[in-house]
Design a binder for this molecule. Structure first.
Ligand code: PLP
Length: 398
C-alpha cells in the first residue's frame, strides 16, 4: 500500500493484507504493483461470472446511461424482467429485491412473522441450526449460530431457537406451537462448508408440512448455480416456502432477493421497503447474470469443472494429509489436519493465489462459475506450493 495511513482511516472490522487491487478479469486479479493473483474466493462467492464479466459490464453501462434509479415506488424494466425470469426459473410466485443477503434474510424473518400473524395464531419463533450464518443485521446475527457472534451486541433480538445441524430429532423437538418457521442453509458455508444430508433436508421439509410451519432456505451462498443447480434445493428435491438469494445473483454488485411461494406471499403495501430496493442498475446486472446462468449448457459446464476441481483438490488434500472434502458444485471445503487455515491463506497469497480460510481450520474454494480447467490446474500447483511454504514457515525449531 503506497500510503499505509490511508488504511487506518477505515474502521478496523477486518484484517486486510497490504495489496490494493486495481483490476480484475475472469479468475484473475491484479494489484497496484501489477502482480497477478488467481482468485478462488471471488469476493466470498459474489462474482458468479468472475471479475468484470462482459455481459455484466455491458448491462451496467447501458443501464447507467439510460436510468439508474427511479426509486422503489415506481416500476423499472429491470425490476420487472428479473422478477419474471427469477420466479419462472425457480418456480416461485413473488419476489422482493434488496441489497444484501442479510437484508434478504431479515426480510424472510419478517415475512414469516407476518404469515404467523395470519395463519398461526401470532406465532413468531424461528428455529435455526448449528453454526449457521445468516448475516450481520442484529436480527440475522441473532438467528445465526456462528460462535463468534454469540457474545456480541447483546441483547439479541428474541424469538430464535438453535438446534444442532443435521439432527432431525432435535428439529422435531424444537418445532412447537410458538414456532412459525425453520430456517436452514442447504450448505453451511461459513461454518466450514457443511452440507445438509439428504435425509435431514427432506426430513425438515416433511416436518414443516406436518406441523404447518414454513421452511425458509437461506440460499444466499448456495443459489444461482454455485452448487451446480440453479438452487441447492433442486439438488435435494426439496421445495421451500421462502428462499433468500444474494451474492452470485448480482455478479459482484449489491443485489439480493426474497422469493416466496403460495400463501407465504403475504406482504402488504408498507410492510417492506428500502430506497435502493429493485433499482434499475442492479437489477440490470442481475438479469445479465441470470440469463447467462440459464443459458443451455451453462450449469452442465459448472458441474463438469466442479468435478475436475474436486478430483484435483482431493489429490492435493491426500498428499498433504488433509480432508475429506465437503460441499457441492463449486463450493468446496477442505478441512485441515494439524495445519492452520490462516497460515495456508497467507502462504497462498505469497504464491499469487486467493483462497478463503475459515475459523474451523478449513479452506473454502468458491471460484467463478466460469472458471476453466486450466485455471483449476494452475490453482492446484500454487496450492501445493502454499502448503509446503506454510509448513516450512511454521515448523517449530528443533
Ligand atoms: N447468508 C449466508 C448463507 C451467507 O453466506 C451470507 C454471507 O456470507 C449471508 C447470508 C449474508 O450476506 P451479505 O453479506 O450479503 O449480507
Amino acid at each position: 500500500m503506497r500510503d499505509p495511513l490511508a488504511g487506518l482511516r477505515l474502521m478496523r472490522t477486518v484484517e486486510r493484507p497490504p495489496q490494493v487491487f486495481v483490476r480484475g478479469q475472469g479468475s484473475w486479479l491484479w494489484d497496484a504493483d501489477g502482480r497477478a493473483y488467481l482468485d478462488f474466493t471471488q469476493g466470498w462467492a459474489v462474482n458468479s461470472l468472475g471479475h468484470s464479466p462482459g455481459v455484466v459490464v455491458e448491462a451496467l453501462k447501458r443501464q447507467a446511461e439510460a436510468l439508474i434509479n427511479p426509486g422503489p415506488a415506481f416500476y423499472n424494466r429491470g425490476m420487472l424482467k428479473l422478477a419474471s425470469r427469477l420466479c419462472q426459473a425457480s418456480g416461485s410466485d413473488q419476489v422482493y429485491f434488496l441489497n444484501s443477503g442479510a437484508e434478504a434474510n431479515e426480510g424472510a424473518i419478517k415475512l414469516a412473522r407476518k404469515w404467523g400473524q395470519l395463519h398461526r395464531g401470532g406465532a413468531y419463533g424461528i428455529v435455526t441450526a448449528g453454526n449457521s450464518f445468516h448475516g450481520r443485521t442484529l436480527a440475522t446475527m441473532s438467528a445465526s449460530g456462528k460462535p463468534a457472534f454469540q457474545a456480541l451486541f447483546e441483547p439479541k433480538v428474541p424469538g430464535f431457537t438453535k438446534v444442532p445441524f443435521n439432527d432431525l430429532d432435535a428439529l422435531h423437538a424444537a418445532v412447537d406451537d410458538s414456532v412459525v418457521a425453520v430456517m436452514l442453509e442447504p450448505v453451511q458455508g461459513e461454518a466450514g462448508v457443511i452440507p445438509a444430508t439428504l435425509e435431514y433436508l427432506q426430513g425438515a421439509e416433511r416436518l414443516c408440512r406436518e406441523r404447518g410451519v414454513l421452511l425458509i432456505l437461506d440460499e444466499v451462498q448456495t443459489g444461482i448455480g454455485r452448487c451446480g443447480a440453479l438452487l441447492a434445493e433442486d439438488l435435494y428435491g426439496v421445495r421451500a416456502d421462502i428462499i433468500t438469494l444474494g451474492k452470485g445473483l448480482g455478479g459482484g454488485v449489491p443485489l439480493a432477493a426474497l422469493l416466496a411461494r403460495g400463501n407465504a406471499c403475504c406482504f402488504e403495501p408498507g410492510e417492506q421497503g428500502g430506497t435502493y430496493h429493485g433499482n434499475a442498475l442492479m437489477t440490470a446486472a442481475g438479469l445479465a447474470v441470470l440469463n447467462t446462468v440459464l443459458e443451455p449448457g451453462f450449469l452442465e459446464q459448472v458441474r463438469d469443472v466442479a468435478q475436475h476441481l474436486r478430483e484435483g483438490l482431493a489429490r492435493v488434500a491426500r498428499r498433504h494429509g488433509h480432508g475429506p472434502l465437503r460441499g457441492h458444485g463449486l463450493l468446496i471445503g477442505m478441512p485441515l489436519i494439524e495445519q492452520r487455515a490462516d497460515a495456508v491463506v497467507r502462504a497462498a497469497l505469497d504464491e499469487g493465489l486467493l483462497i478463503n480460510g475459515l475459523a474451523s481450520d478449513c479452506l473454502r474454494f468458491s471460484p467463478a462459475l466460469t472458471v476453466s480447467h486450466a485455471n483449476v490446474d494452475e490453482m492446484l500447483k500454487r496450492l501445493n506450493r502454499a502448503f509446503a511454504l506454510a509448513r516450512g514457515k511454521h515448523k517449530e525449531p528443533a
